[in-house]
Ligand binder design. Sequence first.
Ligand SMILES: CN(c1ccc(C(=O)NO)cc1)S(=O)(=O)c1ccc(-c2ccccn2)s1
Ligand SMILES: [Zn+2]
Length: 367
Amino acid sequence: MKKVTFICDRSLDNQLNKLEQIADRSSLVNHLVHGYGLNSKLIVLKNVIAKDDEVLSFHSTDYINHLKDLNDVKDIDEHEDNEEEYGLGYDCPLIYGIFDYVSAVVGSSLTAARSLIDGSANIAINWYGGWHHAQRDEARGFCYANDIVCAINLLRQKFQRVLYIDLDIHHGDGVENAFEYSQNVLTFSLHKYEVGFYPGSGAITDVGRGNGKFYSVNVPLKDGIRDEAYTKIFNRLLEVLMQAFHPDTLVVQCGCDSLAGDPLGTFNLTLKGYGNCVKTILSWQKPTLFLGGGGYNITNAARCWTYLTSLILGCNIATDIPDNHFFERYGPGFDLDIAEGNRPDCNSEDDIDNCISIITGTQLICF
Ligand SMILES: CN(c1ccc(C(=O)NO)cc1)S(=O)(=O)c1ccc(-c2ccccn2)s1
Ligand SMILES: [Zn+2]
């Protein structure tokens, strides 16, 4: 019997609404999940705010104390510190109640992870989490704290080896950097890798350092990749990684800015592409934590994460969007599916095959 926990909490919705790029996103996800009746098959959990020491399992005391100092500051000009300090600036502007926000978002992924540790679930879902760019002492790329690293640190109290998978179009640099020297956490990121595209890291030659050499796996991709090629490279590499690394648990960042038509993305994936990856992950039947991340077409993010929730539950859901609080936002088609874009695929078959052979031929024989 599959036991699936799901974080759903109105106070978290309010916290995430502080980010202008994703306002209302978590509310749309939760209402669509509810509209399909999936909540009755989930173990729905309220959030538990992270304790300071849990956030400090990764972030520096200086950074967290800075966020505490700013918690009641409405406008950075009121504060003597330079806004640019600790990464609080253009893509991570000061938000009111910033420490409360960080404690809530980190808490959401820890609450989900705890259900895997105590055995009350074998799958945990937290679409509020997945903030993969935050560094130890710096906010980056809309990410103010790295809930993923904190959750992996907590999971390592029970699970020896953790495989981290990142499906977001942006390289999961914050998580990779945190475990760059570790053999116990293998990071596997598929992302766009092109000059000028954020964050600019994640080359195929980026394999980790020291004891962690070969435990960072990066799949650099170009614009326009479609479901079939993405599924091929994902399935081929995951098979080899699972056989070589034998993880005890999996953590999956499902940032859906790899979907066709995302305002900040340039890939051509549909729900089928994400679904193929999640089905392959589920087939290994390991305790797994699924997290959110990017995704700036708000209704498509709700479509994608609701669809993935249904896959995880093993439920078939209708392609007609059901009645829900935000129904009118899904017009004019009111369809669950997302159309494949017409952006040309710049990834040749040779590009894909070369990626696979380089990674399997040089990197994965070294475990
Ligand atoms: C910092 N950037 C990121 C960082 C992270 C992401 C992300 O989704 N990571 O997973 C996306 C863009 S960026 O340089 O591309 C942008 C900065 C600000 C952007 C923006 C775009 C539209 C509206 C408001 N802000 S994009
Ligand atoms: Zn992203």
